[in-house]
Design a protein around this ligand. Structure first.
Ligand code: AMP
Length: 501
């Protein structure tokens, strides 16, 4: 039976003895064994009453069984809904109540806590522990290793991923089989991923980056995945000589650079380093090249759209930019109020259209209508600027735009100036409420480990470069910027912390 995503990514690997998932301290899993595990899990899901279109919520530690559960859900015609392991009971209650899944899979330790939540929507609660044990997998050996794949077309849903929802309620992005399949095909071609590749996988798999970008591409290409439970510097350093590909968030690269074992020799066999999910400082890009000879390839995407732009494989990978639109993906920059395209070189709202763009927000027609235009363009909420030769730079989130005394100030412009100052590792600029100006600009600055920063000197350096209305009113020297698991700086937390004073 034809199942669009399963056929694109997985079906062709039946009978393949080559290793798909390789782990430190555990047996390798061949493609064939992975397909068998997925098929057994698909039987388990159907035995629990899963019917096509049903959601499967999973809040569990990263494991090969969880990867197979993703494949199983797709094969059985379900919709995979992974949740951040950091979510609290109340947050999970919201997601389960909103998505109304048939099945909830959670770590055994949360079983008692989640039983009522799952029961409340008539869902079955199954357990899956970090070591693969649990009620989900308990009777797998007795189940057949082949499963009659449930028919699903390109427009049917395969994934429901909730956005991080820094403002207001988190929204469920509905991703179709073709949204995911088209992006996987495009990225495999663009990044030239083949069955000869070995990807170091140290990202979480509840997020689009580790789940769809990393796993869908390697599955589609038949590549091997060195599967790690989490980011561990020693494990990655040990794995680099036997790998060809790394996908990471920018903090992976800053942490690697902080280790003297990262050298040209160590990375000689690597083909490609990819970064995304948060801005990679140009400085990190340049330092990484100086140390290893490799140019990190930065790309840009989001939960709702999969990947949108990428620096080129063969051409110039320009530091501080996210490259050009991927083949088949259209990007335009617009004015927020009118929706008209902005002039060349101007900053505008990034809008995107293509087969990668999601189907709308789950049970939120108003939010969908507000962000997805009738002509198919999705309003990303990110502000960008395109160079004369077509490289897109992300200027920041529209909601982080500071309006002070009636002037628009883009935090990134000030952050770029601060980051250039000797002794500065990184910075985050944000607005806090101000009685006269509406918002006042605050700069939080992280010094290099050995440096002592003087706010007065920072202020002077900024005054030399930027117009008066862009000068921060205060400089806060802090040890590190608050970040979430995907490496994104949490400006809301900074605003909260520094709003007084
Ligand atoms: P998420 O939906 O969690 O993947 O978050 C998507 C958001 O991450 C985007 O809307 C951007 O604001 C940000 N983002 C992703 N990749 C990049 C990048 N390469 N540079 C800057 N911001 C990025």
């Amino acid at each position: 039976m034809s199942n669009h995503l399963y056929d694109t990514l997985i079906a062709a690997h039946a009978g393949t003895a080559k290793t798909f998932l390789k782990r430190d301290g555990a047996a390798d899993l061949s493609f064939d064994a992975f397909l068998g595990l997925a098929a057994r899990l698909a039987h388990a899901l159907v035995a629990q009453g899963l019917t096509p279109g049903d959601r499967v919520v999973v809040q569990a530690a990263k494991s090969v069984e969880m990867v197979a559960l993703y494949a199983a859900t797709v094969q059985a015609g379900g919709v995979f809904l992974p949740l951040n392991t950091a979510y609290t009971r109340d947050e999970v209650a919201y997601f389960v109540g909103d998505a109304e899944p048939r099945i909830v899979v959670a770590d055994g330790a949360s079983e008692a806590e989640l039983a009522g939540i799952a029961g409340g929507v008539g869902a079955t609660l199954l357990t899956l522990n970090a070591d693969g044990s649990g009620s989900l997998t308990a009777d797998l050996a007795a189940r057949p290793a082949r499963f009659d794949t449930v028919a699903r077309g390109p427009g049917d849903l395969a994934g429901l991923l909730y956005t991080s929802g820094t403002t207001g309620r988190s929204k469920g992005a509905m991703l179709s089989h073709e949204n995911l399949a088209s992006n996987a095909r495009t990225l495999v071609q663009h990044w030239r991923i083949t069955e000869d590749d070995t990807l170091i996988h140290a990202l979480p798999i509840f997020h689009t980056h580790g789940l769809f970008v990393a796993l869908n591409t390697t599955l589609a290409a038949g590549a091997t995945v060195h599967f790690m439970p989490a980011f561990d510097l020693d494990a990655i350093i040990a794995a680099l000589p036997r790998a060809t590909l790394l996908m990471g968030v920018p903090t992976f690269y800053t942490r690697l650079l902080g280790d003297a074992r990262l050298t040209r020799e160590l990375t000689a066999g690597m083909r490609l380093f990819i970064s995304g999910s948060a801005p990679l400082l140009a400085e990190t890009h340049v330092a990484f090249t100086a140390r290893t000879g490799h140019h990190i390839l930065e790309r840009y995407g989001m939960t709702e759209t999969n990947m949108i732009t990428s620096n080129p494989y063969a051409g110039e990978r320009r530091p501080g930019t996210v490259g050009q639109p991927l083949p088949g993906v259209e990007v335009r920059l617009t004015e927020a109020e009118t929706g008209a395209e902005v002039a060349r070189d101007a900053v505008g709202m990034i809008e995107v259209r293509g087969p990668n763009v999601f189907q709308g927000y789950w049970q939120m027609p108003d939010k969908t209508a507000a962000e997805l235009r009738d002509n198919g363009f999705f309003i990303t909420g990110d502000l960008g600027q395109v160079s004369a030769d077509g490289y897109l730079s992300i200027v920041g989130r529209a909601k982080d735009l500071i309006i002070t005394g009636g002037f628009n100030v883009y935090p990134k412009e000030i952050e770029d100036v601060l980051n250039e100052i000797a002794g500065v590792t990184e910075s985050a600029v944000f607005g806090v409420p101000h009685a006269d100006f509406g918002e006042a600009i605050i700069a939080a600055v992280v010094p290099d480990p050995a440096a002592t920063l003087d706010p007065e000197a920072l202020s002077q350096a900024v005054e030399e470069k930027l117009a008066r209305f862009k000068h921060p009113r205060r400089y806060e020297i802090i040890e590190e910027l608050p970040r979430n698991t995907m490496g994104k700086v949490q400006k809301t937390a900074l605003r909260e912390r520094f709003k007084a004073g």
